[in-house]
Design a protein around this ligand. Structure first.
Ligand SMILES: Cc1cc2nc3c(=O)[nH]c(=O)nc-3n(C[C@H](O)[C@H](O)[C@H](O)COP(=O)(O)OP(=O)(O)OC[C@H]3O[C@@H](n4cnc5c(N)ncnc54)[C@H](O)[C@@H]3O)c2cc1C
Length: 238
C-alpha cells in the first residue's frame, strides 16, 4: 500500500518540508482537500525546454488525484506528461495592515503539490476527470450541458497528479507588529478578501424560454470560495 495514503497526515519529503514560518504549515490531509476544494484556479509549474513555466488553469479533484485539462496542443500539459511538475492553489483571505511596512502581510491558505504528472489515456478516467473539473468550477454543470463529442474529446488532454507529496500553509489573524510599534498612530487591522459570484448574465443568444437553472441560481447566492476553519487544523511545531 502507498505509505502516504495510510495516514491522514501530509507527507514530509525534503521538498515539502517548510523552512520559514513552519508554524503556518497545516499537517492534516483534510486541510489539503479543503484548500483544493475551495480554490478555483491552480498554477501548473513545469520546465519546458529548460525554462520554468508557471501557468494558471482550472482543475478538479477525485480522492487523492488532481486533474487538469486543456487542448491536446497545450505545451505545458504536454511537457508535464511523464515529467516532474509542481501545482499550487492559493486562496487570498485578507490584506493585513501592520503599523510598520515590514509587517504588512496577507491572510491566505495555499497548497503546493509535487509529483510526476501522468497523461490520462483511459476513456473512462478521462470522462470522470472532465466531469470532476467541470463540477469543481460549477457544481451541477455536467448534467446541465451537452456532453463532449468524440472530436472534442480527441482535442482534449487530461493530466493527473497524485496528491501524495504536498504541503499546506495558512496565515490567519491580525497584524503582528514589533512591541515598540503598538504605540504608533498608524491604523492597523485586516481587510477581509473574498471571491463572490455575481448575478447571472444570460447570453443574448439564449433560446427563448430558457430560464436560469437551479444550479446557477444556487451558485449566485454563495461566496465562490468556502472559508476553511484553519484555526481548527493541526499545525506544524515551530
Ligand atoms: C498569498 C500569499 C502571499 C505571500 N506573500 C509572501 C511575500 O510577500 N513574501 C514572502 O517571503 N513570502 C510570502 N508568502 C509565503 C511564501 O509562499 C513562502 O511560504 C515563503 O516565502 C517561504 O519561502 P521559502 O522558499 O523559504 O519556502 P520553504 O519553507 O523553504 O519551502 C519549502 C517547502 O515548503 C512548502 N511551502 C512553502 N511555502 C508554501 C506555501 N505558501 N503553501 C504551501 N506550501 C508551501 C513547499 O512544499 C516548499 O517546497 C506568501 C504566500 C501566499 C499564499
Amino acid at each position: 500500500m502507498n505509505p502516504f495514503r495510510a495516514t491522514s497526515t501530509l507527507s514530509t519529503t525534503d521538498r515539502t518540508t517548510l523552512h520559514r514560518l513552519r508554524e503556518r504549515g497545516l499537517t492534516d490531509r483534510a486541510a489539503l482537500h479543503d484548500v483544493l476544494d475551495a480554490g478555483l484556479v491552480c498554477h501548473l509549474g513545469v520546465v519546458i525546454d529548460g525554462t520554468p513555466v508557471v501557468l494558471p488553469t482550472g482543475y478538479g479533484r477525485i480522492g487523492e488525484t488532481l486533474y487538469l485539462h486543456g487542448s491536446s496542443a497545450n505545451r505545458a500539459l504536454r511537457a508535464a506528461a511523464g515529467a516532474e511538475a509542481c501545482v499550487t492553489v492559493t486562496m487570498l483571505d485578507g490584506l493585513v495592515c501592520a503599523r510598520s511596512v515590514f509587517h504588512n502581510s496577507m491572510n491566505y491558505r495555499s497548497a503546493v503539490i509535487f509529483g510526476t504528472a501522468r497523461l490520462v489515456t483511459a476513456e473512462t478516467e478521462r470522462l470522470e476527470a472532465l466531469r470532476a473539473i467541470t463540477e469543481h468550477l460549477i457544481p451541477g454543470r455536467w448534467d446541465n450541458s451537452r456532453r463532449p463529442t468524440r472530436k472534442e474529446l480527441a482535442a482534449t488532454a487530461v493530466l493527473a497528479l497524485s496528491l501524495d507529496e504536498a504541503s499546506v500553509k495558512a496565515r490567519t489573524g491580525g497584524p503582528k507588529d514589533d512591541d515598540d510599534d503598538y504605540g504608533l498612530d498608524y491604523w492597523a487591522g485586516v481587510l477581509p478578501v473574498t471571491t463572490t459570484v455575481g448575478p447571472a448574465e444570460s447570453d443574448p443568444r439564449l433560446k427563448d424560454g430558457v430560464a436560469v437553472p437551479a444550479h446557477i441560481a444556487e451558485l449566485q447566492a454563495k461566496p465562490a470560495a468556502r472559508v476553511l476553519a484553519v484555526a481548527d487544523c493541526p499545525r506544524l511545531e515551530r
